[in-house]
Ligand binder design. Structure first.
Ligand code: FDA
Length: 307
């Protein structure tokens, strides 16, 4: 119930204008992002590197309405690639195709993603987020055509979607780099598994398929994007069964969530990438983080009373 209210709030323009003005909301969001600027995100990335972790950065913002805005996002990310290189960081970028103009046409997003991937360092990957199910087919189309021309692009797939195992299989001929997550949007039950147990089961099934494909040389980078310690343990168990080395797959978690586990994985020689968000348009994204764990709402409430 609370999850549904939070997911509904994430798409409400009135709340998106009002709530971010309150200081207690600003204080609460700090738990999930080091700050609104790229510099704050990269300073945190540097600190994570000192602790043996790498990072991905993402500029918050969704659905733009004019191509000029998509161009500004593209220029921003090209600047991020330059800054990351200049600072010598092991930091990649991840973005939503709606930020690159997907609502204004598949070609608009494809063209801009292609330009961004061409600007990316050969050893690095530009990650494409997966958004709500209305965008799945278009996102896969754009990914396929850009991946056909450039290896340096990776895609997020969501285990809560009933179609995802089929999507993975259809992508394997491209040797894709895939970041598997559970999925963060509100979807109808005929599209996405409604029960956590079903999502978890599918997550483990798809992880197994990714690790087997990696073992056979049919995948780029398999990235396990979860804070669920059971998924982490199951991934390591599957990898052990396949005799797949720790350098053959990766974990990814969001900034501020399961920090102790992030450090434990890094200490034990696993690759752990922390996704750091920045930017002013954090409201819908923050509501999705609260919906993932409604207990977080009490943290926001506590911020109302503590300065
Ligand atoms: P689950 O929700 O079952 O949580 C497992 C445990 O992790 C919880 O019991 C709790 O301890 C902790 N936890 C999880 N979320 C928390 C939170 N918000 N606050 C505090 N604790 C929390 N989604 C999407 O649709 N498209 C995308 O492109 C991406 N990209 C992405 C990248 C990366 C690197 C990650 C880690 C996640 C995403 N997501 C995403 C979000 C993803 O779909 C999912 O909503 C969250 O990761 C939460 O799911 P878990 O796998 O952590 O499991």
């Amino acid at each position: 119930m609370l999850r549904n209210v939070l997911l509904w709030s994430s798409t409400n323009p009135f709340l998106a204008r009002r709530l971010p003005r309150y200081n207690f909301v600003k204080r609460a969001v700090r738990r999930f992002m080091p700050g609104e600027t790229l510099d704050q995100a990269l300073t945190e990335a540097q600190q994570l590197e000192h602790a043996g972790m790498s990072s991905t950065v993402t500029l918050l913002g969704e659905n733009i309405e004019a191509l000029a805005e998509a161009d500004a996002v593209l220029e921003h990310y090209i600047g991020v690639l330059d800054t990351v290189k200049a600072r010598g960081l092991n930091t990649e970028i991840s973005l939503k195709l709606t930020q690159l103009g997907l609502d204004l046409g598949v070609d608009a997003a494809r063209d801009r993603l292609g330009r961004l991937v061409r600007a990316c360092d050969p050893g690095s990957v530009v990650w494409v987020d997966m958004e709500g199910s209305d965008y799945t087919d278009m996102t896969l189309d754009v990914y396929r055509s850009v991946r056909d021309e450039h290896p340096n692009v990776g895609l997020c797939l969501q285990a809560y979607m009933r179609r995802t195992m089929d999507d993975l299989e259809s992508l394997l001929p491209l040797q894709p780099s895939i970041r598997l997550v559970k999925g963060a949007y509100k979807e109808p039950p005929d599209v996405a598994f409604p029960k956590k147990s079903e999502v978890d089961q599918n997550y483990i099934r798809i992880t197994g398929a990714m690790l087997r494909a990696r073992k056979k040389g049919k995948m780029g980078r398999p990235v396990i994007g979860t804070h669920d310690l059971r998924m982490v343990a199951e991934t390591n168990r599957l990898a052990h069964e396949l005799d797949l080395g720790r350098n053959m797959y990766e974990f990814a978690m969001l900034y501020g969530i399961q920090r102790a586990e992030q450090e434990r994985l890094a200490r034990n020689g696993y690759t752990l990438r922390v996704l750091i968000s920045y930017g002013e348009a954090w409201f819908p994204w923050y509501m999705r983080r609260l919906a993932e764990r409604p207990a977080n709402v009490w943290f926001v409430v506590r911020q109302m009373f503590h300065g």
